[in-house]
Design a protein around this ligand. Structure first.
Ligand code: SF4
Length: 355
């Protein structure tokens, strides 16, 4: 590609594929609107060339907010006793998945806290029933589970798995995830890759103690995984967590991460996350113009939606799924983009299947 004018030497090196951590960290820094504009323009161009103008919509079913973990930043953490908990029954989950398919979404994402109440066979049955009744891809986002569970679900027809790293810095990971192991997280990601899932991951931007260099290394981590899909959201402090008083992550930094992810992983999907839309009313549109090509409309039944409170003041908690569909379509059309059809497999993964 020919770089847009006003590209900095660091951006030139990124575009040439010959960059280092310092280049990425420099491009993530505040204070240079022209440099940002060139970065976003370059990412937008690479996005158009590699994954096109259409935006993939993934219907998200948040089916349980029970979680056995205590991630320091998350409102679903087991220690947050103020949260009213819910679990959807398998029939309800299948119904919500089929509703997503009926709305035209090519992918159904089934997400929960780490909730051992759902045995592996139960999840496999849900996946099988959705796949048998609708022409959709199924993505699972259920956290760390034994390799046998991942294998069973893959056999049942699950196509993709989302397992966010949140930070690739070992020390910061350990601080934020009591009782969890960074190495085990890596092992889970490795198992998913070996089982030939399309693997999604992501990073929380603006975590307390996180530096620009750490974020630059997160980008390298995602590139080297390699991630088929990447979600990047700002850290938003939740009042029911130990990080309630911490400063929130900043939207411009997230957008720079979105743009650099697109440049480092041109054939992967990059999400315009709901968290970005919660931090800035136009956050998702800005991300779509900085390299993103996926949105995740919520199809969780309204009765449960507000209770899936990973972070506070989440948007889209009071709308019916049909309303979300219309809202997303209008936002996408306002940018001159179209809604994608089909399952929306990641081009990077499709290429890997051919070799
Ligand atoms: S981030 Fe995930 S695993 Fe951690 S507490 Fe929240 S829902 Fe549970």
């Amino acid at each position: 590609m020919s770089p847009p004018s006003a590209v900095s030497p660091a951006l030139q090196r990124v575009l040439a594929g010959d960059y280092g951590v310092d280049d990425l960290a420099g491009l993530l820094a505040d204070g240079d609107p022209e440099r940002d504009a060139a970065l976003f323009a370059a990412a937008n161009q690479v996005r158009a060339e590699h994954v096109g103008d259409s935006v993939h919509l993934r219907g998200l079913v948040e089916f349980s907010n029970h979680c056995g973990r205590t991630c320091q930043y998350c409102g679903l953490r087991a220690a947050n006793k103020a949260l009213q908990r819910y679990r959807m029954q398998p029939d309800e989950i299948v119904e919500a998945g089929l509703r997503a398919a009926a709305l035209g979404y090519g992918t159904v994402v089934l997400q929960s806290g780490e909730d051992a109440w759902y045995r592996a066979e139960v999840i496999a049955g849900i996946v099988q029933r959705i796949k048998a009744q609708a022409d959709v891809a199924v993505t699972l986002c259920l956290g760390e589970r034994p390799r046998e569970d991942y294998a069973l679900w893959r056999e049942a027809g699950a196509d993709r798995y989302l397992l966010r790293i949140e930070t690739s810095n070992r020390e910061l990971y350990a601080q934020l995830h009591p009782g969890m192991s960074f190495d085990h997280r890596l092992a889970c990601l490795g198992a998913l890759r070996e089982l030939d899932y399309q693997v999604g991951s992501g990073v929380l931007v603006g975590l307390p103690g996180q530096t620009l260099e750490m974020l630059a290394r997160d980008l390298l981590f995602l590139r080297d995984l390699p991630a088929d899909m990447v979600g990047l959201g700002p850290f938003i402090p939740h009042p029911g967590t130990p990080l309630a008083q911490a400063e929130a992550g900043r939207v411009p930094t997230v957008l720079r991460m979105v743009a650099l992810t697109r440049l480092l992983l041109p054939d992967s999907h990059v999400v315009a996350t709901t968290a970005l839309g919660s931090a800035d009313p136009l956050g998702r549109e800005k991300a779509l113009q900085a390299g993103a090509n996926v949105m995740m409309p919520n199809v969780t039944p309204r009765a449960f939606r507000a209770l899936y409170e990973i972070y506070p003041d989440k948007i889209c908690t009071d709308e019916e799924p049909e309303h979300c569909r219309g809202c997303m379509a209008a936002r996408i059309a306002s940018l001159g983009r179209t809604i994608a059809t089909g399952h929306g497999d990641a081009p990077r993964w499709l290429h890997s299947q051919r070799h």
